[in-house]
Design a protein around this ligand. Structure first.
Ligand SMILES: C[S@@+](CC[C@H](N)C(=O)[O-])C[C@H]1O[C@@H](n2cnc3c(N)ncnc32)[C@H](O)[C@@H]1O
Length: 224
C-alpha cells in the first residue's frame, strides 16, 4: 500500500465516528468563506482532500507538498489545482493570496518551525486575507484525553510537535506570528481544532496604507 493510500485509509477509520474525515476538511473550507475566483495557497496538501474541496468552492488553488506520492494522489483528486513540489518553508509561493490553508501540517514541526510557518502564511496573504488551520486537539475528560494522546503518539511521525499542539501551543504561537484568532472551534468530539487566523492590528493598518497590489503570482520552480 502506498503512503498516500495508507494516509487516506487511516484518516477514514480515525474519523468514521464523527462523519468521516471529509467532513473535517469541508468544515475548514466553509469556515474560510471561499468564493469563486479567490486565490488560495495550501501548504502541505497531502492527498488533496482539502484541495479538491477548495476547487469545488471555485477557488484557484496553489498547493505545495514535498512528497511525490502525496502529490500524485492530490493531482488525481484535484486536477484543476497548480501543484508545487517543494518544502513549505522554502518553496517559491508568491504573495497576495486571499486564503492560506494549513491542514494537519503544523504538527510536523516543533515550536520554532511552526512559528516560521505561521509567519510565512501571514506574509503570503493579501489584504483582507485569512488563514485556516486544522490541527489535532485534546478531547475533554482524562480517559478520552489520555487515549487520544497515546494513539497519536503511535500514529504520528512527528510526535513531539503533535504533543505540543495537544498541550495548546497554537494560540500563543499565532499571537507571536502577529495573527489574531478570529474563530476557534472543536471538531470530532474535541479531537481536532479548527482555527481561522487573521492578521493583527499592525498588519491591518499597514494594508490600509498601501495601494491595492496586483494579483496573480505564478509560483516558480518545482511546479508539477
Ligand atoms: C498529515 S499530512 C496532511 C495533508 C492534508 N493537508 C490533509 O489535510 O489531509 C501533512 C502533509 O504535509 C506535508 N509536509 C509536511 N512538512 C512539509 C514540508 N516541510 N514541506 C512540504 N510538505 C510538508 C507532508 O508531505 C504531508 O503530505
Amino acid at each position: 500500500m502506498s503512503p498516500a493510500t495508507l494516509y487516506d485509509a487511516i484518516n477514514t477509520l480515525l474519523f468514521l465516528r464523527w462523519g468521516g474525515s471529509g467532513r473535517l476538511r469541508q468544515a475548514l473550507v466553509d469556515s474560510l468563506d471561499v468564493r469563486p475566483g479567490q486565490r488560495v495557497l495550501e501548504l502541505g496538501c497531502g492527498t488533496g482532500q482539502v484541495t479538491a474541496r477548495l476547487l469545488a468552492a471555485g477557488a484557484e488553488v496553489c498547493a505545495v507538498d514535498r512528497l511525490d506520492d502525496m502529490l500524485a494522489a492530490s493531482r488525481r483528486r484535484a486536477p484543476g489545482a497548480t501543484f508545487v513540489r517543494g518544502d513549505v518553508f522554502e518553496a517559491e509561493i508568491g504573495t497576495n493570496f486571499d486564503r492560506v490553508v494549513l491542514s494537519f501540517v503544523l504538527h510536523s514541526s516543533e515550536s520554532a518551525g511552526r512559528l516560521r510557518l505561521l509567519r510565512r502564511a501571514a506574509a503570503a496573504l493579501g489584504p483582507g486575507g485569512s488563514i485556516g488551520v486544522l490541527e489535532w486537539a485534546l478531547p475533554a475528560g482524562p480517559l478520552a484525553g489520555a487515549a487520544w494522546r497515546a494513539l497519536l503518539a503511535r500514529l504520528e511521525p512527528a510526535p513531539a510537535g503533535t504533543q505540543q499542539i495537544l498541550d495548546g501551543a497554537l494560540g500563543q504561537e499565532a499571537a507571536r506570528a502577529g495573527l489574531r484568532i478570529a474563530s476557534h472551534r472543536p471538531l470530532a468530539g474535541g479531537r481536532v481544532q479548527l482555527l481561522v487566523l487573521t492578521p493583527g492590528a499592525e498588519r491591518a493598518a499597514a494594508d490600509q496604507q498601501r495601494p491595492a497590489a496586483g494579483a496573480a503570482v505564478a509560483p516558480t520552480g518545482g511546479t508539477t
